[in-house]
Design a protein around this ligand. Structure first.
Ligand code: BT5
Length: 254
């Protein structure tokens, strides 16, 4: 299986972070807007999560950054970007498109049903198997994706980790995961806007549950109802009030 046409893959051994390398390529002006550049590294010395958190990046897993230009998103049949030019809101759907692409990929290699934890996690058996970090530089979006394939860190957090090979008898080669992920992403970027939302919602983790969202020192609590058309989390905070939350970290109340 090959990556989709117009995708150019750069393979590296060790790098600080594929997202940082992507930023450098964009800032150097060395990319073509018509081509999707994909960086993949065997290991990262400074793998990054959101809000300056770390992404543990041991060899054997997939670390990739997919660089898509606004032009690519708006001129091909990629419907995700029909609404793109006016606001940044459509960029906020990229984590969901990426998560679904990851979930579909994991389903092909395992017997599991992946779930999507707002805003950017993919879980298997309630454990984190993948994370997404979207960043924007000039007129490009960087879709940074880490998928645990061979190993995962023992984390001192509420959300433990897992990897594909823990759920698959034959070991899955990293390249196969990458190629299928890219094909899925290419397909899902062409989905209608509401298809992305509804596909994500079908396997959303924790709908109807009591949650707390922490953002910038503030805590909001309520029932997780779903996401709106911009990917904002809808929280029923009391009988008559709903709030839309753009970013934050969910924790579940027992
Ligand atoms: C994420 O952040 O989940 C986004 C991770 C994106 C990583 C990719 S790898 C390729 C590209 N280049 C980069 O430098 N980054 C991207 P966040 O939601 O903030 O979650 C971070 C938290 O996940 C950490 O604080 C840990 O608790 C946990 N974590 C760290 N490494 C993990 C791993 N390998 N597997 C599962 N959980 C992990």
């Amino acid at each position: 299986m090959n990556p989709p046409d117009n995708y150019y893959i750069i393979e590296l051994n060790t790098i600080d972070s594929t997202n940082l390398e992507a930023k450098r390529l964009i800032q150097n002006g060395s990319l073509s807007e018509d081509i999707v550049t994909v960086i993949i590294a065997k290991t990262q010395t400074g793998g990054r999560g959101r809000l300056d958190r770390k992404w543990v990046s041991h060899e054997g897993n997939l670390f990739t950054s997919v660089i898509v230009s606004d032009k690519f998103l708006t001129t091909s049949e990629n419907t995700i970007a029909q609404y793109f030019p006016k606001t940044n809101h459509q960029r906020s759907l990229l984590p969901f498109a990426a998560a679904i692409s990851i979930g579909e990929t994991i389903k092909s290699f395992t017997e599991t049903i992946p779930f999507y934890k707002w805003p950017n996690d993919v879980l298997v058996d309630g454990k984190k198997i993948s994370g997404v970090l979207i960043e924007t530089v000039n007129n490009y979006s960087i879709i940074g994706v880490g998928i645990n394939i061979e190993n995962y860190p023992k984390l001192d957090t509420k959300l433990p980790a897992t990897c594909i090979n823990e759920h698959s008898a034959p070991k899955v080669p990293i390249k196969n995961v990458l190629k299928l992920f890219l094909r899925n992403l290419d397909k899902i970027l062409k989905y209608q806007h509401n298809q992305i939302i509804s596909k994500w919602m079908q396997n959303a983790y924790g709908i109807g549950k009591n949650i707390t969202i922490g953002q910038e020192g503030k805590q909001l609590s309520g029932v997780f109802i779903g996401i709106d058309s911009n990917g904002r989390l809808i929280l029923q905070t009391n009988d008559s009030k709903r709030e839309a939350v753009l970013f934050g970290d969910i924790s579940f109340k027992n």
